[in-house]
Design a protein around this ligand. Structure first.
Ligand code: PEP
Length: 249
């Protein structure tokens, strides 16, 4: 794990946010208060990417999308390609979020195709991995994470990559993993990444909020947070960014 890189706090708005709400959020959030030590990113829905991109850049906030399709162009009604995301000002794209795996049925092979297409067009994937509660209770968490990370086998090594470890049972539930579970699992994810030859930044995700952010971000191996619900309000997202800055300084 590279200790020189900035902590990354990324907000995943999921299917939330209208134009007026986005403007109100940006008015209330202001600038990234700790740009030297914390990178802040926002992943709003597709419809808000272009309208938010210029202003977010001026606020010192990186922009990302929540999904992409792996073809370049053509008859793929309803899909968005990597170049369209670049055109809208995106640097990041979330791939393999558990909601897309479980609700839309996305599999590792499709996620791998999306990852390859993203790299080809200069996007940095935020690859989400994580086990369900049933899998944790069966003691197969590491097996699941290994399977999900196996899509990196044979991938180029000199590509930008962020990984978000998000236990599925902690996403949107208000339950967070214990600090022991976070430290242990992040150590495993870092060792797997090393084995695969990728020095990716590893974030934690799952009900991160102002009240628990400092404790989570201080865990060994945690290099930032992917935040869902608490990123929708400027004050709670700002509180998490400030917690990250406190831990990083
Ligand atoms: C997420 O959507 O990636 C997430 C972690 O959501 P929440 O913070 O709401 O649990």
């Amino acid at each position: 794990m590279n200790s020189d890189r900035r902590t990354f706090v990324a907000g995943n708005w999921k299917m939330n946010g209208l134009l007026d709400e986005a403007k109100a959020f940006m008015d209330a959030f202001g600038r990234n208060p700790a740009e030297d030590v914390v990178e802040v990113g926002l992943m709003p829905p597709f419809t808000l990417l272009h309208p938010m991109s210029e202003r977010l850049a001026a606020m010192g906030i990186s922009l990302g999308a929540q999904n992409v399709y792996y073809e370049d162009k053509g008859a793929f009604t309803g899909s968005i390609c990597p170049m369209m995301l670049r055109d809208s000002g995106c640097h990041y794209v979330i791939l393999g979020h558990s909601e897309r795996r479980s609700i839309i049925g996305e599999n590792n092979a499709q996620i791998r195709s999306k990852m390859t297409a993203s790299w080809l067009h200069g996007l940095e994937p935020i690859l989400c991995i994580g086990e369900t509660l049933e899998q944790r209770e069966q003691g197969i968490t590491n097996t699941i994470l290994t399977e999900q990370l196996a899509i990196l086998k044979g991938a180029p090594k000199d590509v930008p990559l962020t990984v978000a470890y998000e236990p599925v049972w902690a996403i949107g539930t208000g339950v967070t993993a214990s600090t022991d579970q976070i430290i242990e699992t992040h150590a495993f994810v870092h060792s797997e990444l090393q084995r695969l030859g990728h020095d990716a930044r590893v974030l934690y995700g799952g009900s991160v909020k102002p009240e628990n952010a400092e404790e989570i971000l201080a865990c060994d191996g945690v290099e930032g947070a992917l935040v869902g619900g608490a990123s929708l309000q400027a004050d709670s997202f700002m509180a998490i960014v400030k917690a990250a800055a406190k831990v990083a300084s």
